[in-house]
Design a protein around this ligand. Structure first.
Ligand code: PLP
Ligand code: COI
Length: 342
């Protein structure tokens, strides 16, 4: 085995084609055995369900090289569970959990040379997804589906890595109270594209979406959950039924309590508490984002800058970051069942 000749530390969050991907097809009411393939192209009907009515769900997780040279993934069982929930909500046949985990392992193992070296700041991003593939013209679920996983080496999601970003309060809504905000459906991201382009054009790194019913409560960003640190140094996590149940955020809640001895309060968080300075630190957390510090929030021209400022992560955010990434990269002992060695 020899690593690919890639400038690992210069990688951003982009796509690089790797050697192997996994594919399994659902036809006549069942999933086939699935296989690894070299073929990165997908041929489908012009009328495929995914193309007409966006019947697609996905996942995101990472593989890491640890300090002692092992390759591991982080809690893939939770990605499998969440993809099952996503599939059910879009009337798709769930891909079985055991097979999901096995397929993740196969893809990582077949692309070991693309797993960025320990300490490079890059990781191997793994993207499982599935979609309706047979022709669908009346609005109804497809009959046939394809499940795939590819992997691609990535660097930080936000330019500048750990440097705090400025985010805006979006004028657009991401999720309705009884909509699909709590699953990982492509449609949630399609409808966020105009909002993110708008935010970028205005010079912001991301959008914070509010609850669409009252537009007073903090939900999440387009691709990450949000955490706050209060004046006592404890963690406050916005609670909502219309945000994605982030695996990073759920893990951080455990890390904060069990490793750092912090209190974790999961409750509704209002925009007005945030803008009136109730919190000292703010971070965006997710597989791609890891924990990206938010330095400043802009609500229609009114700005709030967190105590840690725009130069570096706040102290508590940094501790959370170091502990979580230490667990993922094998320098800190993980809770039972979090790390899957390839
Ligand atoms: N929220 C949204 C909208 C996301 O797309 C993601 C990314 O997966 C997250 C939160 C973070 O979830 P996780 O930590 O499971 O990656
Ligand atoms: C992830 O963190 O895995 C995501 O899916 C977020 C996406 C916006 C890249």
């Amino acid at each position: 085995m020899s690593k690919k000749d890639i400038a690992w530390s210069d990688l951003g969050f982009g796509y690089i084609k790797t050697d192997k991907r996994y594919v399994s097809n659902f036809k006549d009411g069942k999933w086939d055995d699935g296989t690894l393939t070299d073929d990165d192209m997908i041929i489908m009907s012009e009328c495929a369900g995914v193309l007409q009515y966006a019947q697609t769900v996905f996942e995101g997780l990472k593989a890491y090289e640890t300090k002692d040279g092992k390759i591991v993934t982080f809690r893939p069982d939770l990605n499998a569970d969440r993809m099952i929930d996503s599939a059910k909500r879009l009337e798709m046949p769930p891909f079985p959990k055991g097979r999901f985990i096995d397929a993740v392992k196969q893809v990582v193992d077949a692309n070991r040379d693309y797993v960025p070296p320990y300490g490079s700041g890059a990781t191997l991003y793994i993207r499982p997804y599935m979609f309706g593939i047979n022709p669908v013209i009346g609005v109804k679920p497809a009959d046939d589906y394809q499940f795939r996983i590819f992997a691609t080496p990535v660097g930080p999601y936000f330019k500048g890595g750990a440097k705090p970003i400025t985010v805006k309060i979006s004028d657009f809504d991401r999720a309705a109270p009884k909509g699909t905000g709590n699953i990982k459906a492509g449609l949630n991201y399609a409808m966020s594209l105009h909002a993110i382009v708008t935010a970028h054009n205005e010079g912001f790194a991301e959008n914070i979406y509010l609850d669409s019913a009252t537009r007073t409560k903090i939900e999440e960003t387009g691709g990450a959950n949000i955490i706050f640190v209060d004046a006592d140094g404890n963690i406050v996590i916005p609670k909502s039924d219309s945000i994605l149940p982030s695996i990073t955020r759920r893990s951080l809640a455990i890390v904060a309590e069990k490793y750092l001895g912090l209190k974790v309060d999961q409750r509704e968080v209002t925009l007005s508490e945030v803008m009136s300075g109730q919190f000292k630190e703010c971070g965006l957390c997710g597989t791609a984002a890891v924990i990206s510090p938010v330095g400043r929030i802009n609500d229609h021209g009114k700005e709030f800058t967190f105590e840690a400022g725009m130069e570096s992560m706040g102290k508590v955010t940094q501790k959370l970051y170091d502990t979580l990434t230490g667990i993922q990269m094998g320098t800190i002992e993980a809770p039972e069942g979090w790390i899957y060695e390839i």
